[in-house]
Design a protein around this ligand. Structure first.
Ligand code: NAP
Length: 257
């Protein structure tokens, strides 16, 4: 087991990619704090992990709220005694151009997708320093690298996530390793809702699948497996970088002739 007896916080661990990370981490022996706002989905994920013999608790927390983040970190310490791994995964999508985005929408996107990672890191890092080790994984996106029309707040927050990754790696290395994962298209409630906004969601999914080098969408477990590797001692010389888990998406310059 790659993560035996490690303690991990996974924000947005109730659904989608975070669910995949929490599930794979538990399979690899980690004790997991599943963090999200909706208690029903969060409790369900923690219970699912425990039913399969893993260790997990659900902690309700809005990661854009500093007091709730402080309490979430304290609850993890009370439950498990230490924190070895933080996965800053929770995020929302605001897919609009600058002219179409209200300042409230901009603030909400940046508050969850970027400031949330800052807050969770700020209150977790001292606990990692106390035990002399730690790993942080930030869930960025292919949009941090190259993007499409009308995703301005989201792309800006993900670019910030990648930059924050490098900075924290420098500031807190060698004690703490910090890396980002940039997923491509991954089948989650976020993407299901996006496809559902089209007249023919099934056709939309097929169009996207066809454009991928791997001819499929990623699964939450694909990202969970990459995160487990980065969190493990096998990645002990990897810090300050970003791993693309995108089925080849960012290797494509234009459609093949
Ligand atoms: P998702 O299916 O919508 O799940 C999002 C998770 O984040 C849920 O558990 C949600 O639970 C939690 N969350 C949202 N806002 C929160 C807040 N303020 N405080 C605490 N938890 C919050 O999204 P996903 O597709 O799994 O995406 C996860 C991450 O991967 C995001 O950062 C996203 O940008 C990134 N990503 C996704 C894809 C993709 O194709 N799916 C691609 C690239 C990057 P509650 O709503 O209950 O709080």
């Amino acid at each position: 087991m790659k993560l035996k007896d490690k303690v991990a916080i996974v924000t947005g661990g109730s659904k989608g990619i975070g669910w995949g990370v929490a599930t794979v981490f538990a399979q690899q022996g980690a004790k997991v704090s599943v963090v999200a706002r909706d208690a029903k989905a969060g409790e369900q994920t923690a219970e699912e992990i425990r039913d399969k013999g893993g260790e997990a608790i659900f902690i309700p927390c809005d990661i854009s709220n500093e007091e709730e983040v402080k309490a979430m970190v304290a609850t993890t310490i009370d439950a498990f005694g230490q924190i070895d791994i933080l996965v800053n995964n929770a995020g929302v999508g605001v897919y609009k151009s600058v002219l179409d985005t209200t300042s409230e929408e901009w603030d909400r996107c940046l508050a969850i997708d970027l400031k949330g990672a800052f807050l969770c890191s700020k209150y977790t890092i001292p606990h990692m320093q106390a035990i002399g080790k730690g790993v942080i994984i930030n869930m960025s996106s292919v949009h941090s690298h190259a993007t499409v029309n009308s995703v301005a707040p989201y792309a800006a927050s993900k670019g910030g996530m990648t930059a924050l990754t490098r900075n924290m790696a420098i500031d807190y290395g060698p004690t703490i390793r910090v890396n980002a994962i940039a997923p491509g298209w991954v089948w989650t409630p976020l993407i299901e809702n996006l496809f559902n906004s089209y007249d023919n969601p099934v056709h939309q999914r097929e169009l996207v699948e066809k454009r991928q080098v791997m001819k499929r969408l990623g699964t939450p477990e694909d990202i969970g497996n990459a995160a487990a590797f980065l969190a493990s001692d096998e990645a002990s010389f990897i810090t300050g970088t970003q791993l693309f888990v995108d089925g080849g998406l960012t290797s494509v310059l234009e459609e093949s002739w």
